[in-house]
Write a protein of this length. Structure first.
Length: 386
């Protein structure tokens, strides 16, 4: 009787195992059929069969089961048929996770050579998916996709710099500056050769309220990219914000030694000297900037403003003289007119370079008012009022 019972149990176990293998084989066959016919119903059957196979403890530990599952969902995701793609919204994740499970159970390494090329493709698919989500402003989804691309690349002991960079940018979009700084640090650690990374990292730290780390990032960037204009300006801004004008001037003079033809550096120097009321130094720096690049909007505007403000000073000075100081009054007025005349061509040039800049138009309106240029005043006023 016992032998008979053992025989029944054995037959039951054999039958269960064969049923499990049958489901796995059916899933494989349905997938093959889909690849030949592109009939989505075959793909649905493949999904149903492979999911049924996973409900059994034995087949859930077979590498083959997970390998086939990875293939099936991979085909769901890459299908150009919307009906097929709607079979699963998580097809890419399921495919990747299935392949990783297959590798885990594949002690004899039967499927690794077939799986790894698919995983490599999946990394690119995550990158594409992230870019698509980013373009339609689904930033949270995009971040998940880019992070997945980074994760998949790590399987090959590689760093996907594009995915890492994009993950950092999207983190910023989401105001997740802690995560953004982490990714930017990662790019710097692997020697990613882009000076903007140091700037972005500094900005992330500033947003986190850590100005010390932000400045350290700028200093590191200056060492790695000593001639990068943006990082030079970043360093200057830090010194200015912290009232370290002497260091800022020393820093910019050092930069000018190696970039004497850089108009922006002379503009920056002029701005610094302007702020510390070094009129002649600022004037000389702005003029040099414009000598190097006459189309520099900022230098045109700042030099025009410098002359205009100097003219205003002489107007105010003239107003301090009494009736008996007529000669001094006229001299001050003449100086004011001289500076207003100097200001005019630079402010008009700035206006031509950027006709929509309101600060320039307001300065010109004041200048035309002071010089009695009614036509100029009317023209600018109409633009400002519209």
């Amino acid at each position: 009787m016992k032998q008979y019972l053992y025989l029944i149990l054995g037959l039951m176990l054999l039958s269960t195992a064969m049923a499990q293998k049958s489901k796995v084989l059916s899933a494989y066959n349905y997938e093959r059929s889909y690849l030949q016919s592109e009939d989505c119903s075959e793909l649905v059957k493949a999904v149903d069969a492979i999911e049924m196979a996973l409900t059994h403890e034995k087949s859930a530990e077979w590498a083959k089961t997970w390998f086939y599952r990875g293939n099936i969902y991979f085909n769901v995701y890459i299908s150009k048929n919307d009906v097929c793609r709607r079979i699963s919204e998580s097809a890419l994740d399921i495919s990747y996770n299935s392949y990783m499970k297959a590798i885990k159970f594949d002690e004899k390494k039967q499927f690794v050579k077939e799986i790894e090329p698919k995983i490599s493709v999946i990394a690119n698919l995550y990158l594409q998916k992230g870019a698509n989500n980013f373009n339609i402003k689904k930033y949270e989804e995009a971040l998940v996709d880019f992070e997945k691309a980074v994760e998949v690349a790590q399987y090959f002991q590689k760093v996907d710099t594009t995915a890492l960079y994009n993950a950092a940018l999207v983190s910023e979009k989401l105001n997740n500056f802690s995560k953004a700084s982490h990714y930017y640090e990662g790019l710097i650690d692997i020697g990613y050769d882009d000076p903007r990374i140091f700037h972005f990292l500094a900005e992330a730290y500033y947003q986190l309220g850590d100005s010390a780390k932000g400045f350290q990032s700028i200093k590191a960037g200056r060492i790695a990219h000593p001639e990068n204009q943006d990082l030079i300006i970043d360093e200057l801004n830090y010194y200015l914000i912290n009232g370290q004008t002497d260091l800022a001037l020393k820093n910019i003079d050092k930069a000018i030694e190696s970039m004497a033809d850089n108009s922006e550096l002379f503009f920056a120097k002029g701005t610094l000297l302007d702020k510390v009321n070094d009129y002649s130094g600022a004037e000389a720096a702005y003029l040099k900037s414009l000598e190097l690049n006459p189309e520099n909007f900022n230098s045109n505007y700042n030099l025009g403003a410098l002359y205009f403000n100097k003219g205003v000073e002489f107007v105010e000075k003239a107003n301090t003289y009494g009736a008996h100081e007529n000669a001094a009054f006229k001299a001050a007025e003449a100086s004011a007119e001289d500076f207003f005349s100097k200001a005019l061509p630079y402010l008009e040039k700035a206006n031509n370079l950027d006709p929509h800049d309101r600060a320039t138009m307001i300065s010109l309106k004041n200048l035309y008012s002071r010089t009695g240029d009614e036509a100029g005043y009317k023209r600018i006023s109409e633009v400002l009022d519209n």
